[in-house]
Design a protein around this ligand. Structure first.
Ligand code: ATP
Length: 354
């Protein structure tokens, strides 16, 4: 089922939590809402669910206006960060709950409920825990049960709000791969809220990057990462070094240095900023094509990578990440002067990509 969000506005008192947000979630898609704390992700999810009413705008399910439809009519399933399972019920009864509380007329037969619940428990690979109680489960297992419970009523849309937020890093990683696989099997339209860039990029078909109640960029994970549309998206998706300069004659100039831009490079600007990720930088002993030069201050090995801090005279430190082999090849010594070159940079003038 597709979801269309049209010009949604939501205010809390004088505070604008969502400012004319428009977005389409395709049928069967897994979409991530990504952004810093307070940017409006949860509010948007709650409006899709019908738990919150917008001040203006519309929500359409499969082309039909659902803006004022009651939450129970929308057939949405939820998984929250702290979705407390019923402590006094077994795993089986927790998953069966949504079906057993249905009015008699629409309630499936006990045997059918049993079959459906066991099928779901197999799907989340926890059928062997059917008789356990929530207190006997790990955090990751509880979230998988919460997911099975939300799927039991066959929702048309699945909404997940930081479902793995409370778990440790290793479990989170396993669970997000597992969620991706589950989604590939089920193809249920899903919206997933996270503030974790890696999680959004790894799990989803498309990512919506939000900031201060508006959408900064929507795109496939690769495109968002490789071609961030705004300085905010560039910074939010990972570490960057900033180089201040100008664009002229198809080049980005930074002090005495110049870097040739590709064909898309627009007209000259008074000021521009180049954003470069540490692993898109390299070091050299020759000045050719360099973006800056400075002194090697710190060298720090992290697993297969080496982080090198280069400090230009009177400038901010530049962080360069090299592979171990490249680092050995360069044979850098702390205190020596090196040139910094960029393989790839994103240049912005104000908020606009150049
Ligand atoms: P987080 O990742 O921290 O959950 P978020 O991006 O999900 O953040 P929201 O929960 O949507 O953000 O909140 C957006 C803004 O709206 C926040 O500044 C929040 O304080 C405010 N807000 C949300 N709900 C209410 C409410 N019921 N009353 C007043 N302000 C609210």
């Amino acid at each position: 089922m597709s979801i269309e969000i049209r010009n949604i506005e939501k205010r809390f008192g004088n505070f604008t939590a969502l400012d004319k947000v428009s977005l389409t979630v395709e049928s069967g898609e897994l979409l991530a809402l990504l952004g810093p704390s307070g940017c409006g992700k949860t509010t948007l999810l709650r409006i899709i669910a019908g738990l919150e009413q917008p001040d203006a705008g519309q929500v359409l399910f499969e082309g039909r206006d659902a803006t004022h439809q009651h939450v129970a009519e929308r057939q949405v399933g939820f998984v929250f960060q702290h979705y407390a399972l019923f402590r006094h019920m077994t795993v089986f009864d927790n998953v069966a709950f949504g079906l057993t509380v249905r009015p008699r007329k629409v309630r499936p037969e006990a045997a059918e409920i049993r079959e459906r619940v066991m099928q779901l428990l197999k799907m989340v690979q926890l059928d062997w825990l059917a008789d356990a109680y929530p207190a006997q489960l790990s955090g990751g297992q509880r979230q998988r049960i919460a997911l099975a419970r939300s799927l039991a009523v066959e929702p048309r849309v699945l909404l997940l709000d930081e479902p793995f937020g409370a778990l440790d890093a290793k479990v989170r990683k396993d669970l997000r791969r597992w969620l991706r696989k589950l989604h590939d099997d089920m193809h249920i339209t899903s919206v997933f809220v996270t503030h974790d860039q890696e999680e959004a990029l790894e799990v989803s078909d498309r990512v919506v990057v939000m900031d201060h109640g508006h959408i900064e960029q929507v795109g496939r994970p690769d495109d968002i990462y490789e071609q961030p549309a705004t300085p905010f998206v560039t910074r939010f998706l990972g570490d960057v070094n900033l180089f201040h300069g100008r664009v002229e004659d198809g080049r980005f100039t930074h002090g005495d240095f110049a870097h040739a831009l590709d064909d898309r490079a627009g007209a000259g600007t008074d000021t521009a900023v180049a954003y470069v990720r540490p692993h898109d930088l390299d070091l050299a002993r020759a000045r050719d094509g360099a973006l800056a030069c400075g002194t090697v201050e710190h060298i720090h090995a992290v697993g297969p990578l080496v982080r090198v801090e280069v400090v230009p005279a009177g400038g901010d430190a530049i962080e360069v990440v090299l592979g171990k082999e490249r680092f050995r090849e360069l044979a850098l010594v702390p205190g020596e002067q090196v040139y910094v070159t960029a393989r790839k940079l994103a240049v912005f003038s104000g908020d606009y990509a150049i």
